[in-house]
Design a protein around this ligand. Sequence first.
Ligand SMILES: Nc1ncnc2c1ncn2[C@@H]1O[C@H](COP(=O)(O)OP(=O)(O)OP(=O)(O)O)[C@@H](O)[C@H]1O
Ligand SMILES: [Mg+2]
Length: 357
Amino acid sequence: MKKLTFLGIETSCDETAAAVIRENDNGTADILSNVVSSQIEEHKKFGGVVPELAARAHIENIEFIIESALSESNVSINEIDGVAATAGPGLIVCLTVGLNIGKSIAAFAQKPFIGVNHLEGHALSPGLDEKINFPYLLLLISGGHTQYLIVKNINEYEQLGTTIDDALGEAFDKTSKMLDLGYPGGPNVEKFAKLGDENFFKLPEPIIHKAGCNLSFAGLKTAVLRESKKIIGDRKLKYNLAASFQKTTINILCKKTRKAVKMFLEKTQVKDFCFVVAGGVAANNSIRENILKLSKELKFKAIFPDIKFCGDNAAMIAWTGIQRFKKNLFNKIDIPAKSRWPLDSKAPYMKGPGLKL
Ligand SMILES: Nc1ncnc2c1ncn2[C@@H]1O[C@H](COP(=O)(O)OP(=O)(O)OP(=O)(O)O)[C@@H](O)[C@H]1O
Ligand SMILES: [Mg+2]
């Protein structure tokens, strides 16, 4: 069968990205190009993503990024089999930029178009390098989401648990901001945590003994805020707090993963399974090491995407496009940008006042 080649486009948040991906004989992907332009400098002075600035930067960069991805890949637009662009979830003003140019290219070149769920991109991202059997257990830890899901197949997800407040990446970003460790938050917290004593501060692990594998980070964030106000100017204590925060998040993830594994086994009866940890926070080496340790005890195979595929990128979007193409999951050209788009549409919405656990 012909090996499919896809152009992928990603503009859901603050990365403008395009990639050309081709299937190979191993059931994984040849990365013909993977171009990511980060807007770190634009948002640094505000300590977070400013949607209007992000959208403007996408508009300024997108054509150049797509042209670069195509020319690096040595594939002409006529040779590709389809175009995939992120349609959600994300910032509408940002999504619209990549989605519209993707649709235009597909229409002009008369190629199929696929509007990709960014979270499905993260969920399938380790498949770029490694063939993984369904079903597998997924922990998605990113800037906007923290969820345990059973990945039953392409387009078939069952949510086992989710954060009821902040996403883990958001908690890392806020911690970095409170401790003045720099932007972007996650990598800086990881860097400075190495200089601190992770057992110095005792921080809360919210809802750890209840609510199954649902998670909560708001109380932890508030505790970091409270402690940070007491240690202003003390560099050593600041590093201790960063280290203690990171250690607490790892404890939370390990305890909740035990619950998620139990649920996965009960629901699927599949003993020999993979546990995929994906999304921007999956780049964190301490989290990786601790999940690997847990995998030996709980006897699952832990899989992490290559670091370059953890944060936002278009390779995972093109790859998802290829997988959906093979299942005839195409989109009409009028597919809208969606700010919210859960992978499991039946999962209960777990945020907001009045939530009962
Ligand atoms: N080494 C690291 N340790 C901890 N967190 C990290 C690390 N590297 C990146 N992150 C965090 O990952 C997040 C970015 O991930 P990603 O790009 O997948 O999120 P997003 O696309 O904004 O959100 P979503 O995918 O939920 O829509 C940021 O919150 C960032 O701080
Ligand atoms: Mg993302």
